[in-house]
Write a protein that binds this ligand. Structure first.
Ligand code: BTN
Length: 251
């Protein structure tokens, strides 16, 4: 099984009707050394889908896309690893744009349509020396789900008010991911970084954030190569670099 018209991603697709987590299956393939770059593991149902910050990723069987892909980027240093997240977020947003939807990336790499989350990603890197040798990129995109029990979540089908073919959406999304990955592979990091900023939710806007010390009003002014968020706070006098464990958005 493979996706047509791609250079790297989706040349091999492993379909499992059900599994615990596609990220875990992909990580097992990496550990065993039994994979080719661009292999995608996709399932209809995850029994132990994982989200960011140790959360659970729930997705009703057969309604959405849940898959993971394996890349071996070679030239990405640990110190610049966030470019992988940026490329993935851009791949998903350009796919949504092709569907007529204006997507924004909510730092670090959630994808939003308006004020609602439509896609989450879980990226797990393997390191050797000072570089990333392989990366498992887990993607969960809401496609046909309509009931969420949470007003802050949506699906593409809900936004477009129609039922979509999971197979077609998968093929199209993988083609967009492949295109941006080819750019990353060629070392085009600067343009990926600046394109990411241009799609960033809340960029250069005043917002409230929860820090360990309490709630602050701050302006998101940039993202470092490691993916730390630069926040201008305290009457625009201080820039703090924060990572995902130290800071939370407040709506
Ligand atoms: C998040 O927003 O919290 C990240 C969600 C990532 C979910 C995807 S679904 C496919 C892959 N397998 C997992 O267990 N998680 C990721």
């Amino acid at each position: 099984n493979s996706i047509q018209d791609t250079v790297i991603i989706g040349k091999k697709v492993i379909y499992l009707p059900s599994c615990h987590s596609t990220n875990d299956i992909a990580a097992e393939l990496v550990r065993g050394g039994m994979f080719s770059e661009g292999t995608v593991v996709i399932t209809d149902e995850q029994t132990k889908g994982r989200g960011q910050r140790g959360s659970v990723w729930l997705s009703p069987p057969g309604e959405n896309l849940t898959f993971s892909l394996i890349i071996t980027p070679e030239q990405v240093l640990i110190a610049e690893q966030f470019v992988i997240s940026q490329a993935v977020a851009l791949g998903v947003s350009s796919y949504l744009k092709a569907r007529g939807l204006d997507a924004k990336i909510k730092w670090p790499n959630d994808i939003y349509i308006g004020q609602k989350k439509v896609c989450g990603t879980l990226i797990e890197n393997s390191i050797q020396g000072n570089s990333i040798v392989s990366s498992v990129i887990g993607i969960g995109v809401n496609i046909n789900q309509r009931n969420f029990g949470d007003m802050r979540i949506t699906s593409i089908g809900q936004c477009l008010d129609r039922q979509l073919s999971l197979k077609e959406e998968f093929g199209e999304l993988v083609r967009h991911l492949d295109r941006v990955y080819v750019r990353l592979r060629s070392g085009d990091f600067d343009s990926i970084r600046s394109e990411y900023l241009s799609h960033l939710f809340g960029y250069r806007e005043k917002r409230y954030f929860r820090l360990q010390a309490g709630i602050v009003e701050g302006t998101l002014t940039g993202i470092t190569a490691m993916g730390r968020l630069c926040l201008l706070v305290d009457g625009e006098t201080e820039i703090r670099e924060m990572d995902i464990k130290e800071i939370e958005w407040i709506w």
